[in-house]
Design a protein around this ligand. Structure first.
Ligand code: FES
Length: 130
């Protein structure tokens, strides 16, 4: 990788006047539209490390992850067939969040036979049959 050499005399701006000395726009650092474009371009296109397999050793073990970068919440659960699965943490009925704690921002984890939405009671098996 090429490294720019520091000017022998004077300042960088004297050595490179074509770069100017006017303020540089920071719009890309504060723009909600730019942030949303970054989410789509980067975090929805690559693998995200959300945890380790040791966190869900047995069927029915699960944990949640709030993925701010992807603007979503997920549930990772081990099925009876020993497969790991991840689901959006959102109810298929009316969009309530089925797995959560009383403390915003805290993740949940544990063991269960089924997830049940607290809004209208829809439920799903946590550990799919083998
Ligand atoms: S929103 Fe979950 S059961 Fe209605």
């Amino acid at each position: 990788m090429a490294v720019a050499q520091k000017p022998n005399v004077g300042s960088w701006t004297e050595a490179y006047p074509e770069l100017g000395t006017a303020p540089i726009s920071y719009e890309d650092s504060i723009s909600p539209e730019f942030f949303e474009a970054e989410r789509k371009a980067i975090f929805r296109r690559c693998w995200l490390n959300v945890g380790r397999v040791e966190q869900v050793p047995k069927p029915g073990h699960y944990f949640t992850r709030e993925l701010a970068a992807a603007n979503t919440s997920i549930i990772v659960v081990r099925g009876k067939d020993q497969k790991l699965r991840a689901f959006h943490n959102i109810c298929r009925h009316r969009g309530n969040k089925p797995v959560w704690t009383d403390y915003p921002g805290e993740e949940d984890r544990g063991t269960c036979q089924q997830f049940a939405c607290k809004y209208h009671g829809w439920a799903w098996r946590a550990a799919a049959r083998a």
